[in-house]
Design a protein around this ligand. Structure first.
Ligand code: NIG
Length: 412
């Protein structure tokens, strides 16, 4: 079955062949009066509306804008419980601290499989309704072998990519060294069948540099790709460790010194650009989290200017960012972080795909590329009820998602 979507007013393909610079305004691959043909789960044709081939069915976009579906490369969706009171206290002046994770851990452990499955499905549905078509989520509210394994298994049923975050917090009463050993040993073995990635919260109040190094080493040796929560609450070793270990992404990055920025930029120095070569470490910024914790905004403009590849993600979680709206994050990145609209759209699509190493197709898992619109890529499209992507920032907060296709299926 094929579908022709034509009369697209503005098509942001984000397909940047041979493009090495992250200054993506020019290379965003924007086409006017364009069309796309979907065939099964893949994109079969992209070009001017006037030259589009026939297809089994037709969808008239009536001049609206089309983007790749959002690639949300950082979320924590497997949880139960409520932290409204903590949020209220923060808005009254209290600072965010890692310890709140323990509140969600208690509620998550107490929830049944059925309850967690239902909560997770509802959160995924919300994300999809907002234009997200590729979604990563993490464990990290189980913090005990059986509960981490359960979280990983439930996540694997519901999302595209699962990350092991046993190293989210040392649970109350546990010895930090003994818990780190557990994360690197028995717990890792238990989650391993369900996950592609491992992550560590390298921060004061969570895991030290030395403990983080142990976690990253064990998880790398177990064959997992690596990600790091780093430099969120203050300066620290997270970024340096991420680059040293060749992590796909370091996330948060609020507190960076010149050496951190140089290390991230250096990780991209040999990348040939576009789809070619092995990528470096993406800096993933989390605008909704920065607002919700009243943190200094991550320096996305400075990172792009230095040559770092940047992703934007929702960080949907009950503590620091209870939203899965990537559109809101893109709006904030434009209005508050100094990105152009196309830079922000790129960071939330192609950037997310880079951060998950899904920017090119047919890897060992036989997956199609996501995060950009090109022939052979997965047919993940986000149709806005607006003539251009600029409206995401020009009309902040408006519900602009009009239709969404995920792997060729219209899901909204
Ligand atoms: O990415 N920083 C660590 N983890 C989450 C917050 C988790 C929580 O507070 O429950 C984050 O912001």
């Amino acid at each position: 079955m094929s579908l022709l979507i034509d009369a697209i007013g503005e098509l942001s393909t984000q397909h940047l062949t041979g493009e090495a610079s992250p200054a993506s305004g020019e290379g965003a691959g924007v086409l006017r009066d364009a069309a796309v043909v979907l065939e099964g789960e893949r994109i079969a044709w992209v070009g001017p509306s006037a030259g589009a081939p026939a297809a089994d069915e037709r969808y008239d976009a009536q001049g609206r804008a089309v983007l790749p579906g959002w690639v949300d490369s950082h979320s924590h969706l497997v949880f139960a419980g409520d932290r409204t009171a903590e949020f209220e206290a923060r808005m009254a002046g209290q600072a965010y601290a890692a310890g709140g994770i323990g509140v969600t851990t208690a509620a998550t452990r107490a929830a049944s499989d059925g309850e967690l499955r239902r909560l997770l499905a509802a959160r995924v549905a919300e994300a999809v309704a907002g234009g997200t078509t590729y979604l990563e989520t993490k464990t990290g509210y189980g913090l005990e072998v059986g509960h981490e394994a359960r979280s990983a298994a439930l996540a694997a049923e519901a999302v595209d990519e699962v990350t092991y975050l046993g190293a989210h917090l040392v649970p109350a009463g546990a010895d930090p060294e003994a818990y780190t050993d557990l994360v690197c040993g028995e717990m890792l073995d238990a989650v391993r069948p369900h996950v592609r990635w491992a992550d560590v919260f390298c921060e004061t109040g969570a895991f030290t540099e030395e403990q983080s190094r142990r976690v990253l080493t064990a998880c790398r040796d177990a064959g997992l790709g690596l990600r790091v929560h780093g430099n969120q609450l203050g300066p620290g070793a997270g970024v340096r460790l991420a680059v040293e270990f060749g992590a796909a992404s370091v996330d948060h990055v609020n507190f960076l010194d010149d050496e951190d920025v140089a290390a991230l930029a250096g990780s991209w120095a040999d990348w040939a650009g576009g789809a070619a070569g092995v990528p470096g470490t993406v800096a993933t910024v989390l605008p909704a989290c920065d607002l919700s914790t009243r943190a200094p905004l991550a320096p996305a403009r400075r990172l792009l200017d230095a040559g770092v590849q940047v992703a934007i993600a929702s960080n949907c979680n009950p503590g620091t960012s209870y939203t899965s709206s990537v559109s809101f994050c893109v709006t904030t990145a434009v209005l508050q972080m100094g990105l152009t609209v196309q830079e922000a759209v790129r960071a939330a699509t192609f950037g997310g795909a880079l951060a998950l190493r899904r920017h090119v197709g047919a890897d060992a898992d036989g997956q199609r590329a996501v995060g950009s619109i090109a022939v052979g890529h997965r047919a993940d499209l986000h149709l806005l009820d607006a003539p251009s992507a600029t409206h995401l920032a020009y009309r902040p907060g408006m519900p602009l998602t009009h239709a969404v296709w995920r792997a060729g299926q219209q899901v909204r």
